[in-house]
Design a binder for this molecule. Sequence first.
Ligand code: EPZ
Length: 417
Amino acid sequence: MDRLIIKGGRRLEGKINISGSKNATLPLMAATLLCPDTHRLTNVPDLRDVHTMGNLLATLGAEYSLKDSVLEINTSSLKEFKAPYELVRTMRASVLVLGPLIARYGMAEVSLPGGCAIGARPINLHLEGLQKMGVEITLEFGYVKAKAKRLQGTDIYLDIPTVTGTENLMMAATLAKGTTRIENAAKEPEVVNLAEALNRMGARIKGAGTDLIEIEGVEELRPLAHTVIPDRIEAATYITAVAITRGEALIEGVKPEHLEAVIAKLRETGVEIKTEKDKIFVRADDRPRASNIKTMPYPGFPTDMQAQFMALMSVAEGTSIIRETIFENRFMHVAELRRMGADIIVEGSTATVRGKEKLKGAPLMATDLRASASLVIAALVAEGETIVDRVYHLDRGYEKIEEKLRAVGADIERVRI
Ligand code: EPZ
């Protein structure tokens, strides 16, 4: 088990290079199941979740190798169609293999993901959509058992614009007979990146990035060869880290257009942000001003940045109201921030943050990926030393986090215990 030891008080200054997006990579890896061949993805981050998905594909009979951000996956000879509980419970995005397996092989068995730290996270919308496409689904012993002849194109309305639900159904529809329309679809950049990749494989998808995605089924697809988009949440996390330390940095290898809501809110707090094609310049000279946020589906303020923004507001001038509308339990970081002296009151899905002049370092426990990032951000500005335990949560979604932060002046080290 690793832990991070951080001594606060250093200004972050310099350049930070952003890695490929975890949440774009995972569906792209699942998409390789749609075509039994060798596939190649570039700009792939070396993350725990990427290896979890790689291991899942390997249990199905695929082979994968990740070297210098290039991911090769060979799905020519699958021999298994079951995603086991041991893997699925560590990463709910495993459910993304369901759509492709059903579409290509007509059968799949995927463990129900079970809850996770941030909520129950059901997959009813994934399953209802697949049933509408003609998939027979039974639930047995905690597993979703699915089988189908050729999927049928149909109209699907999503009650909630679920990101992986949209991705699962879009992948399934690529090989269906006829056209599928997904209404109230998720519009995240990762959905658009997946649609672009599928179209390069020979799929016929229109409307990705809007509420209505239309997929005209085809007989078969070609191998995937695609570049993963930059990780907008990693970028936003580092921008917030620079801001809280009143530093100055150039964030490189990023798509600013994917971060508009976060940039707007950070500017509201007084952070100076300038954007170019693939760079973001960030600088903060003073204590941030309080600002309210409400998490929303893209292009609204991303739930994956709520915890990090709360860390910044913990030292802001004034009181901020933070509303979490996507997940029912995404305030696990509050108790830990309070241990550092933050003044936060939670009532239901709303947190009231009264900014403090100073936070104090403390021994902390990471609970989920983005909560861990929030603790690191707070530790960078807290007085004294902070220890963050269970760093494996961070390793799921942040590539070389201590190296990237140390390179811009943070006093941070990883120790094995
Ligand atoms: C994706 O999760 C992301 N993960 C999450 O990022 C992100 O927080 C989330 O979208 C919201 O933006 C990946 O892309 C791999 P949802 P996903 O389905 O698809 C409810 C991170 O930190 N819902 O859009 O699982 C659900 O409970 C992770 O990188 C149903 O009720 O999220 C939630 O309240 C964390 N039924 C809401 O919809 C369903 O069938 C949004 O969930 C599906 C979802």
